[in-house]
Design a protein around this ligand. Structure first.
Ligand SMILES: [Zn+2]
Length: 531
C-alpha cells in the first residue's frame, strides 16, 4: 500500500535549498519525491495524506542517554537541575522538603550545579549528614560526573572507607582515608546510586517508553544511547514487536577495562548496537578536564575547591585508554570517547591513530564526544584520521558566561565547542544534548551553534558560528552517518525510511531566534505517525 504525503517539504541532505511538494512511501520507505500530480499518476491507488506545515527529516540525537534519562527525569528522583531550579536557596529548600517527605526512604536528587546555582555549599559528608540524618541522601551533579552522599547512603550502597576505587573513577577521601561523601566519574557514581537503579528496574518499562514518547514529541526519530544497559534489550524488542516503539535506537556499550564486546553483527534498522563508549577526561564543571591551560583563579573555581593554576587530569592515561579501547576496535566496533580538554583530545587522537594504523582501519568513524576545548588544529588532525566529532554546543546556552568569566577566560572559554572550526576542517560534525544534561531541544541547539550566544545574551568572544545548512545537517544527515545509519535515515530521499516531522515554520529560512522556537506538530516513523 502506497501513501503519498504532501506539504512544504525540505528533503535536506545534499541540496538544503530544495523544496519538494510530495513524496511517496511504501512499506515504511520513501520510494519517490516529486510533484503531487506526478506521484498521483504514478500511484493511482495511493492514499494521500496532506501534512499541515513544513516537513523535514526526523531529528537525530547522536549522543543521548535515554535509559538513564528516563530514570533521572522520573518521579523516583528529585529534580534540582538548574533548568528547573535556578538558585541555591531553591535547591536547598527542595532537598530539605524531599528528606522531610521521605519517611526515611532514600532520597536521590539530580542536577546540582554550583556554577549556575551560585552559593551552594561544599556538599561534604558532614553537611549531608546534618541535612538528612539517617535518611540516605544522594545528590547527583548535573554533569553526571560526580555525586555526593551522606553516611546512610554510603551504608545503603555498601560503600565504605575500605571500598577500592574503580578504574577511571574514585571516591573522595580525607587525610585519614575516610570518605568525604563524593564519588567522581561514572563507575564510582554508579556504585553510590546502585540502590536507586535497582529500585528503578521494576518501573523501567513505563519510564523508558514515556521518555521515548517525549523525545518523539520533540521531533527526535532516532536517538542514540551512549551508556546503554543491554539488559534492556528484551524490553525494546517487546515494544517494537507490539508496534509501540516511537523512535529508532542506536546504542553504545560502556567500555570496561579488560572487556570485549560481542562480535559486530548486522542488527535491525530499528534497534542495534553501533559502538563502544570510552572516556578520557571528566567534566569542566567539576574541575577534571585535561587541558593545556589552567583554570582561572576566581571565586567560582575556589568554591569548587580548585587551587590557583589548577589543571585537570584525564581519568585514564593514553596507555590505559589504548588497553581499554583496542580490543573493542579490533572486534570491528566504532569507538566514541568522551574528551573535553585539549590535552585529553590530543591523547585520545594519539590512541586512535595507533589503533587505526595497527588494524589498518578505514571506515571506522571513531568519535570524539563533546569537544569543549578542541582547537582548530585538532579538528584538522581528527579529520585527517577519519575521526568524527559530536559537539556539546548547548554548553554555550547555559554555561557561556561561566566558561568565559569563571573558568577559562575569553580565549579558551570563548571558543568553547567551536563547531564552525569543526566544519571548516571538513567534519560531518553533529550536536547533542547529552541525555538529561540539557533539555532535548535540537532546534535551539542548532540555533546556538549559529549564534554562539548564551540564554542571557552574551555573544561568545571566540569560536566560529555555523551556517544554517551545517546546523540542520548536524542533527539530520551527519548524525545518521555518525551512527552508521545514513542508508536508513537522515534525509527524505528514495530508499530511506520515511522518518519525518511536521513543523510550524520553514527551518531553512527563519532567523536563528525563530528556529530555536520551532514547534513540532507531528512526528512520523517509517511513514506511521508516532507523535
Ligand atoms: Zn554523555
Amino acid at each position: 500500500m502506497t501513501t503519498i504525503f504532501t506539504g512544504q517539504i525540505r528533503p535536506l541532505a545534499a541540496d538544503a535549498e530544495e523544496i519538494a511538494e510530495a513524496f511517496a512511501v511504501d512499506d515504511g520507505r520513501i520510494i519517490a519525491l516529486g510533484s503531487a500530480a506526478e506521484l498521483a499518476t504514478q500511484h493511482p491507488d495511493a492514499e494521500t495524506v496532506v501534512l499541515d506545515g513544513w516537513v523535514m527529516p526526523g531529528l537525530i540525537e547522536p549522543h543521548g542517554h535515554p535509559a538513564y534519562s528516563s530514570i533521572l527525569l522520573s518521579h523516583l528522583v528529585v529534580d534540582i537541575r538548574p533548568v528547573t531550579i535556578p538558585d541555591a536557596d531553591g535547591v536547598l529548600a527542595a532537598l530539605k522538603q524531599a528528606v522531610a517527605a521521605s519517611g526515611g526512604e532514600a532520597v536521590f536528587a539530580n542536577g546540582w550545579d554550583a556554577l549556575l546555582q551560585r552559593g551552594l555549599p561544599d556538599p561534604d559528608i558532614a553537611w549531608l549528614d546534618a541535612l538528612a540524618g539517617d535518611t540516605p541522601l544522594v545528590v547527583i551533579h548535573n554533569s553526571g560526573h560526580s555525586a555526593y552522599f551522606n553516611t546512610a547512603a554510603a551504608q545503603a550502597a555498601g560503600v565504605g572507607a575500605a571500598t577500592p576505587d574503580p578504574p577511571g573513577a574514585h571516591f573522595g577521601r580525607d587525610d585519614t582515608a575516610a570518605l568525604t561523601g563524593a564519588a567522581f566519574e561514572e563507575a564510582a557514581v554508579e556504585q553510590i546510586v546502585a540502590p536507586m537503579l535497582a529500585n528503578a528496574q521494576q518501573h523501567l518499562p513505563e519510564l523508558l517508553l514515556s521518555h521515548l514518547e517525549d523525545l518523539a514529541r520533540r521531533g527526535i526519530t532516532t536517538v542514540s544511547d551512549l551508556s546503554w544497559n543491554a539488559e534492556l534489550n528484551p524490553l525494546i524488542d517487546a515494544l517494537h514487536a507490539q508496534g509501540r516503539l516511537p523512535v529508532r535506537l542506536r546504542w553504545y556499550e560502556m567500555s570496561r577495562p579488560g572487556a570485549t564486546a560481542a562480535p559486530r553483527g548486522a542488527g535491525s534498522p530499528v534497534f542495534r548496537q553501533v559502538g563502544v563508549k570510552t572516556w578520557s577526561d571528566g567534566s569542566p564543571w567539576i574541575g577534571n578536564i585535561a587541558t593545556s591551560f589552567p583554570y582561572l583563579d576566581t571565586e567560582a573555581t575556589r568554591a569548587l575547591g580548585l587551587e590557583p593554576d589548577h589543571i585537570g587530569e584525564a581519568n585514564y592515561t593514553a596507555d590505559e585508554l589504548l588497553a581499554i579501547a583496542e580490543p573493542y576496535a579490533a572486534g570491528g566496533w566504532q569507538l566514541a570517547c568522551h574528551a573535553h580538554g585539549d590535552r585529553a583530545i590530543e591523547s585520545t587522537l594519539d590512541v586512535y591513530e595507533q589503533i587505526i594504523k595497527r588494524h589498518s582501519l578505514t571506515d571506522h568513524r571513531f568519535r570524539l564526544e563533546h569537544c569543549g576545548a578542541m582547537t582548530p588544529a585538532q579538528f584538522e588532525r581528527a579529520a585527517s584520521l577519519g575521526v568524527t566529532v559530536s559537539l556539546f554546543v548547548d554548553h554555550i546556552t547555559y554555561w557561556g558566561e561561566v566558561l568565559v568569566d569563571d573558568l577559562f577566560g575569553p580565549q579558551h572559554g570563548g571558543a568553547w565547542a567551536d563547531a564552525g572550526a569543526a566544519f571548516a576542517a571538513g567534519h560531518r560534525a553533529t550536536f547533542h544534548n547529552d541525555g538529561w544534561v540539557t533539555p532535548n531541544e535540537p532546534f535551539r541547539n542548532m540555533a546556538v551553534a549559529e549564534t554562539r550566544t548564551t540564554r542571557s545574551g552574551l555573544r561568545m568572544p571566540g569560536g566560529t558560528p555555523v551556517t544554517r545548512v551545517q546546523a540542520l545537517a548536524a542533527q539530520t544527515t551527519n548524525a545518521a552517518w555518525q551512527l552508521f545509519s545514513q542508508h536508513e535515515v537522515g534525509a527524505l530521499a528514495p530508499g530511506l525510511f520515511a522518518d519525518f516531522i511536521v513543523v510550524d515554520r520553514d527551518p531553512v529560512a527563519v532567523a536563528a531566534a525563530e528556529l530555536a522556537e520551532t514547534e513540532v506538530r507531528a512526528t512520523y516513523l517509517a511513514g506511521t505517525r508516532v507523535a
